[in-house]
Ligand binder design. Structure first.
Ligand code: TYM
Length: 376
């Protein structure tokens, strides 16, 4: 088989999103003689969110808000409810159906247009799981054992965790690479998985002597790539936190949002006028980051306005801003959820569009790997 070498060239078509290059940290570098690919890949965005429980402000600011802008910057974008990922931990079947539709409603209500983007539910596009199996055979045990998300989620009793939870990052790599996606917008917590995605692509290309899968570029940008808990500014805001007061849910009403922000952990000092003054003040930094991300401002711009104020004055400002930005989304989500059949139609259409991309890529992968396929 012919081997080619060179660099992924998708960056030339997508300069506004930054260069496609090596990630800062390689979890397990690709084999030494692997060169990056010479193929020019069409810029394509892919990202996904688990429908396990509701959407929260971290998902919105760290991911969805960026999805919305990227659908106008890039010709093709695919956004996915990753239900197969969700069942790596127990999900009540009825609740999973509800959360999947609610997540779809959250995407649409936040501004993702099914006319501009392809919106799908992962299990309706079987090529994700099919390529996931191939990648289970490419990824190494040692790579997976280093995944911090597995360690966090499995906890002390990792022997009782599902095999799916362990293999999760190989399926995530398949989600991305079955579209030959070049750019993946995510929050900071997904960085390690995206580095693994590049390692899987590099190893596949190397082992089979092809330039088939692109070196996908993570897009981790903005003031809120890591939104922290409202109760503890050193812990990530998460749907698994037992305290509902630790997060703002996208379905919270104005009163709950205001109450959670009023009670959010802060400190007794006045706000600084420059970002440097937020060092060692994780709770203050978190609230300022949230304000900046909601207002589409930089942290320095926010501090230029609010420096010198006490939290007693700043929190109502944050609360008004959060309610103004989030209430229209939760209202629209509720409206969309009143017609679940329409959501199902959007997802069915998305799956058909998606499979036009994924079926040929999977078939080519099977050819490369040496699967005998029926003659037509
Ligand atoms: P998930 O469902 O945990 O989170 C969805 C997205 O929200 C971001 N996020 C946050 N961003 C900032 N601050 C926070 N506190 C915060 N919490 C969550 C996540 O970084 C993510 O972008 N493995 C993924 C889902 C996935 C996926 C994919 C993502 C499956 N396949 C392919 C991208 C591409 C996950 O569990 O995300």
């Amino acid at each position: 088989m012919r081997r080619r070498s060179g660099l992924v060239k998708s960056e030339r078509l997508l300069t506004s999103l930054g260069p496609v290059g090596k990630p800062e940290t390689q979890i397990c570098p690709a084999p030494k003689d692997t060169k990056m690919t010479e193929t020019t890949f069409t810029p394509r965005v892919f990202s996904g969110i688990q429908p396990s429980g509701g959407l929260h402000l971290g998902n919105y600011l760290g991911a969805i808000k960026r999805f919305v802008t990227m659908q106008d910057e890039v010709a093709e974008s695919v956004y996915c409810m990753v239900d197969l990922h969700a069942i790596t931990v127990w999900q009540d079947p009825k609740a999973l159906q509800h959360s999947t539709r609610e997540l779809a409603a959250g995407f649409i209500a936040s501004g993702i247009s099914p006319e501009k983007s392809i919106l799908i539910n992962q299990s309706q596009v079987p090529e994700h799981a099919q390529l996931g199996w191939i990648f289970n055979c490419v990824a190494r045990m040692g790579w997976m054992q280093r995944m911090t998300q597995f360690k966090d989620k499995a906890g002390k009793n990792s022997q009782a965790a599902s095999l799916g939870l362990f293999a999760y990052p190989a399926l995530m790599a398949a989600d991305i690479l079955v579209y030959h996606a070049t750019h993946v917008p995510v929050g900071e917590d997904q960085k390690q998985h995206l580095e693994l995605t590049r390692d899987i692509a590099a190893k596949f290309n190397h082992d089979y002597g092809v330039d088939f899968f692109p070196m996908t570029e993570p897009v981790i940008e903005g003031a809120a790539t890591r939104v922290m808990s409202l109760r503890d500014g050193t812990k990530k805001m998460s749907k698994s936190d037992p305290s509902d007061a630790s997060r703002i849910n996208m379905t919270d009403d104005a009163d709950s949002i205001a109450k959670k922000i009023r009670k959010a952990k802060s400190d007794a000092d006045a706000l600084p006028s420059e970002a440097k003054g937020l060092e060692d003040r994780p709770d203050a930094r978190n609230l300022i980051n949230i304000y900046a991300a909601l207002a589409d401002m930089t942290v320095d711009q926010v501090l230029a306005d609010v420096g010198g104020k006490q939290f007693g004055e700043f929190k109502p400002m944050l609360s008004d801003l959060a309610v103004a930005k989030l209430s229209p989304i939760s209202t629209e989500m509720a409206r969309l959820m009143s017609d679940p059949a329409e959501i199902d139609r959007v997802l069915a259409k998305g799956a058909l569009q998606a499979r036009e991309i994924t079926a040929p890529i999977l078939q080519k992968t099977y050819d490369i790997v040496g699967m005998v396929r029926p003659a037509i």
